[in-house]
Write a protein that binds this ligand. Sequence first.
Ligand code: 13P
Ligand code: SF4
Length: 304
Amino acid sequence: MSTPEIKKEILRLKNQNDVLILAHSYQTRDICEIADFTGDSYALAKHAAAAKNKTVLMCGVRFMAETVKILAPEKRVLLSHADAGCPMAEQLTREDLAELKAKYPNAVTVAYINTTANLKTLCDVCVTSSSAERILTAIAEKEILFIPDINLGQYLASKMPDKTFRFVKGGCPIHMTALKTDVIQAKLAHPNALFLAHPECLPEVALQADFVGSTTGIMDYAKNSEKQEFIIGTETAIVEHLQFECPDKKFYPLSEKFICRDMKLTTIQNVLACCRGEGEEINLKEETRLSAKKCIDKMIELGG
Ligand code: 13P
Ligand code: SF4
């Protein structure tokens, strides 16, 4: 089948089998084009909570599909590619976290949403890059054990000096590859461009940015800005989407190394297979689901 034929068949099957297709913004254009909704982790979680369909297909990585299952247990939840995980989500085990909690008994445990469901069972509140500042400002506790992304954590700590942050050395292996020298080179090559960065970047990179935000935050900023050129400090899919949506503006990747292999595993053929009822179904033990749900509910309550 040609790509247009595959897309047509996906749309037919999606309606016939009542499948909602959610896609993270790092997915390729062809997948975003057939998705019902594309967005950042926070928007995807909120969409999942409100979904009415029998089946939800998450085109993204495993923790995102787990979040859907946690919020919508009665639905059949499919992950677009069985091997699509987020390496950062698996950097800590439950045992590691239990040790950290014992070390900082007075700290509130805040998990970046890029964590496994299993790890979330030990956390008090979840955050995403777009909701973290709002949520951490809203919580009364002054001591925060922030897992697993030290870069997002340090960015947040710089915004709220009244709180004490405890970190682990986790982070996104993709975003952490860019260094300050990459920013200097990109700015020299594109002197009129604004630099927009994801908070998963190293502080030496994020500190050079004109704007720091989530994938959707970066896209909205660039679309609404009067400026014409932008250096994009996140996965290259965002460069691709922005160039498509704003053909009169210019977008440059901060680094050619910003390619998330896991996010790129999903193809349009995988989406077709899932709409046919194949694909990896997410199942969680009810005990794990209920326990992990508490910190996600808290995120939605405080995140607005
Ligand atoms: P967003 O919440 O900004 O979409 O980030 C998710 C992610 O995995 C970024 O690497
Ligand atoms: Fe995980 Fe990094 Fe890929 Fe985002 S870009 S899904 S944090 S590995």
